[in-house]
Structures are given as C-alpha cells and as structure tokens.
Design a protein around this ligand. Sequence first.
Ligand code: BES
Ligand code: ZN
Ligand code: ZN
Length: 462
Amino acid sequence: MKLTTTSKDVTSLPKEITHVVFTQTSSSRFVEQKNGTLLFEFGIGKEAYTLRTLRIMVRKLMEEIKRYGWKSISLPGVKECALGVNIDEDQLGETYAYNLFLAQYTFSKYKSKNTEHRLAEVLFRTTTSKDFSEGLRRGGIIAEATNIARDIANTPGGDMTPRVLANDAQKVLKGTNVKVTVLGKKEIEKLKMGAILGVAKGSTEEPRFIVMEYKGGKKNEAPIVFVGKGITFDTGGLSMKPADAMLDMHLDMTGGATVIGAMRAIAKLGIKRNVIGLIPSAENMVSGGSYRPGDVLTTMSGKTVDVLNTDAEGRLVLADALTYAERYNPKLVIDVATLTGAALVALGQHASAVMTKDDKLAETLSRFGEESGDYVWRLPLWNEYIKYTKGVHGDLANIQSSGNARYGGAINGGAFLSHFAGKYLWAHIDMAPRMTPAPGDYLAKGCTGEPTALLVKIAEKY
Ligand code: BES
Ligand code: ZN
Ligand code: ZN
C-alpha cells in the first residue's frame, strides 16, 4: 500500500479512484457528482473525536475499503482528516498510516488460496505538508514492524519453535544495523541459566537465547534493554492447562515477537540510541523429561526458585534474561510478556498491565501508551505484595506461596520478577490482556502486535 499526498482535489483526480469524504452522519453512502465522479460519504457520526477514537475510525474505514474491494482511494486533506483532534501533522500522518496498515493485515500464510484484498494506493488530497508525509513514512515503518511481529506470533506452535524464532529474528533484522547473536543450549548451560533450562527440559526442542544489539547512540551511552518472553508454546507443563486455555498458547512468544519487530523499526527509523533486545525462548511441554512441581531451580543470579506450578514458566525464563541484562549496565530495562491470565481478570482486554517501583517511569509509560495507542495501566509493586514471593525450600517460589494465591496474580508475577531486576530502572509489562484483539478494535483475529509501537516510542522518546 502506497500512501502519498497530492495538491490536487477531487475534481482534478482520475474518476477511477474512489474519493472518500467524511460526513457527520452515522451511516455511509455513495453520491454521484455532476461530472460523473463517485464520492463515498463515510459516516463518522457526530462524536467529538480524540486520538483514541480517530484510530478506530481509520480502522473502520479500512473495513469499508475491504468490503468494496477498492484498489485506490483518495482521502481529504490534513485539516479534515484531523477531525478536530489537536495533534501535530506528523502525528496525524503517523496515525493514519499506522492504523491503515494495521487494519489491512490478515494472517493468510496458511490459506491454500489467497483471497486477501490489497489496497494499492491512498492519496491525501490538497495536502502539501512535509510533516504529514514524514508521519506517513514513520507510521508505515512502525506498522510494518508490528505486522511482522504478528506474522511471527501467529505462526502455529508446531512451526514456531525456539530455533525458528531465532532464525526469524535473524531474517527480520538482516540488512539493518542490528547485530543478532543466538545462544544455544550449551551456551545457556555455560551461563548457568537454570530457569530457562528447567522450563525447556520437557521439550525435544532446545532453548535459545536471542540477543539483538543496536548501537545508534554514542559509544558509551547506557542502552535501553527490551526483554521479550519467548515461550513458543505453553502447555502449562505437568501443571497442565485445560484444552480451551491452551488453544492460543502458540502466542506465548508475543512479547519476544514484538521486541524483534521493535528492533527492526528502531533500526529503520535510525533512532539515535543504543538499544538491546533479549529473548529467552523455550517450549513448555509435557514429557518424561519435564521439570516437575516441587523442583528447585538455580537461576543465573544464584537465587533458587521452588517450582510450585510449571505453568508459571514465563517469569522463570524472564528471570535469567533480567540477570543477563545487567552486563549492559542499562539505564532502563523493560520486559514484555504474556505473563498471567490474572492481568486479563484485572484489566479486561483494553490495556496491558505495567508494574514498576518508579512513579515517574510509570507516568511516562502511561503517556507513551496514550501516544502510541498501546495503552497500559499500572498495578502496584509494594513490599506488601513482594512478601508473597518467598520460597519454601528455595529462596523464592514461582507462584504465590502464602496468602490467597487466587488474588493479585498479575502483581505476583511482577513481584517475582522484581527480585531479578538488577541495578537498573525497570518496568514489567504484562501484555496478556492485549495478546489478541478486544471487541471494537477492528483488528484481525490472532496477535494484535502490541506493544511494538510502545517499545519504539520508548526507544525514541525516553
Ligand atoms: N502464558 C500464560 C499466561 C496467559 C494466559 C497469557 C492467558 C495469555 C492468556 C502463563 O504462562 C501462565 O500460564 N500463567 C499462569 C500463572 C499461574 C500458574 C500463577 C496463569 O495465568 O494461570
Ligand atoms: Zn504458563
Ligand atoms: Zn506462558
């Protein structure tokens, strides 16, 4: 899809293009002009638009485009496109491009016949703004990266193993300034990453630790590190999930996929920062070799962990990655993970949970969430909660070992991870609520690709 601007208006553009105008009615219709040109009046209703509702409006427009199978459309100029929302022209262009690409996406790799509709061209009429065009370019880059993350995540578990995930990271980042290093089982053993090894034990597929390094900043500048959960399939292990709960668990590496996508966008945008991406990747399977409830794992940090539930595997692999992150002396570490069903219970499907002890960071992430469209909402990480992570035989337990384990599960995940966050500023994003779309998101079934755009925003603006 090519997004461009033109100084021309409807009357001087070819008739074959579907010309869209916005009207404040609730329904849409076609209107024929005197000269034979067909206009599509897109009913946007009378609501007072905000950046939030503007995003959805753009996605709804793509629904119409798909329904009518248009190949080429023109849209109104910048002022009309803004719908009264008070944002800069570059941000407006980014919003349009990003959401058009996001809404166009479908996961069709596994269809024997590809019947997918592709819009080839969008022209913004009477627009000469350089800022707007720059926004279109940026939105396109971020959306492409987000859709790549969706492709990787949506790939079924049988075809997306830790090895394939590592290969995909290399493929996606080839030709960019991101250096990808993949550590195999032997190297993971050498690093004494006992938590990753424990989770991986039940699978015939060996674990991988994926390291992505982008040096866009000054040589000695402390980097930002993104850590993405890379469980390529989560059966729950011996504490096995019921059938329904296992259905989407090929998406349990979405955190990792979004880190890969974000690294690509960061490199393509040429962001002048040092950014590192880390993905601890394993498959959580059931076999005679599986780690058991009651096993005690020794993590890379030296801390020991009682495995009270083999389904709380995400925090285990992340623990080792958070320790590994220390070698970069980072100024900020953000982990992204489909960590708990409890985050969905707490927040529903419209925001990821963010946990950090730093109030200012929480506030910044919340603002970046509003700006990127990847909304986050804070949960507390107070000492009262951290106390519940004590182990029985080991130092820590991977699920709540005292109090009522049915309460505050998302916080318990964050509290566990806080023991492994080193001497750096850290936030944990439990993105389980945003793994798949909520009603009204106007996004294809499967992975949403969030929070790729948020990570790019952090790299750029933090
Ligand atoms: N990957 C799951 C969490 C999940 C569930 C993500 C549903 C997205 C949708 C995670 O590994 C898990 O199983 N967590 C357990 C933790 C529990 C054992 C403390 C959960 O949420 O039940
Ligand atoms: Zn699990
Ligand atoms: Zn999991």
